[in-house]
Design a protein around this ligand. Structure first.
Ligand SMILES: CC(C)(COP(=O)(O)OP(=O)(O)OC[C@H]1O[C@@H](n2cnc3c(N)ncnc32)[C@H](O)[C@@H]1OP(=O)(O)O)[C@@H](O)C(=O)NCCC(=O)NCCS
Length: 202
């Protein structure tokens, strides 16, 4: 069954597919966050402009329509306000029911638990709506805030993928983290508590 395009909610945020008119607020957020995005994300370049933002939204919309990748814009609980960041889940392999989750948060809003809360919601989407068996996070070695997100949500650290991604001329090692379907079932209540912003665990 296709992943529906309605919003998903958490206690404090709305996650919804991108719309064409998000280009301006997305661009604003990317530009503001560039010093934090640049070291880790190949697409984050100092020349990032309206064309890049528009193309991203077009590609994200296309990928959703084809049921390959599902990019969500993060907004406040009313679905309004500035662009708070992106979170996505994509199929690594449909036949093996494996997916990957990724995220970035607007630099003006970090360390408020946003990444943890919205990623918890996307973990629910991954296992409950997409029916995945295995979900991975790939985190650049040394990206401590992102490692904390994986740890807080109970992902298991698998090991280091050497020189896995070239970012602006530097090859970065990544740590692979994963969660399996049965682990999600055991941790379901903890994940839900993050979605409801009830847990400050670990
Ligand atoms: C990584 C990122 C998504 C985290 O988003 P966030 O909304 O701030 O995450 P949360 O608030 O849910 O959790 C962040 C954790 O990192 C901790 N943290 C923040 N800065 C830190 C630092 N410099 N050193 C160690 N820990 C740090 C926070 O204290 C928090 O942990 P805690 O709850 O145990 O206190 C955000 O910083 C970001 O977008 N960075 C740039 C892009 C990026 O790295 N994307 C991820 C690629 S895998």
């Amino acid at each position: 069954m296709d992943l529906h395009v309605d919003s998903r909610n958490t206690a404090r945020y709305t996650l919804r597919p991108f719309r064409k008119r998000d280009a301006e607020t997305l661009l604003e957020a990317v530009r503001h966050s560039m010093p934090d995005l640049y070291p880790f994300l190949p697409w984050a370049t100092h020349g990032y402009n309206q064309v890049n933002a528009t193309r991203f939204i077009r590609d994200a919309t296309h990928a959703w329509r084809e049921q390959r990748a599902f990019n969500f814009a993060i907004r406040d609980a009313e679905g309004a306000g500035p662009h708070l960041g992106n979170v996505f889940v994509l199929y690594v392999s449909k036949s093996s029911r494996t997916g990957e989750i990724g995220y970035w948060i607007n630099s003006g809003n970090t360390s408020q638990g946003i990444a943890t809360e919205v990623t918890a919601r996307i973990v629910q989407v991954a296992f409950e709506e997409l029916g995945l068996h295995r979900v991975v996070l790939r985190i650049a070695v040394g990206n401590r805030p992102s490692e904390r997100v994986a740890e807080k949500l109970g992902f298991t650290r698998e090991g280091v993928l050497r020189e896995e991604l070239e970012v602006h001329g530097t090859w970065l090692d990544h740590t692979a983290y994963s969660m399996l379907e049965r682990e999600y079932v055991s941790a379901e209540n903890d994940i839900a508590a993050f979605v409801e912003y009830q847990s400050k665990a670990i």
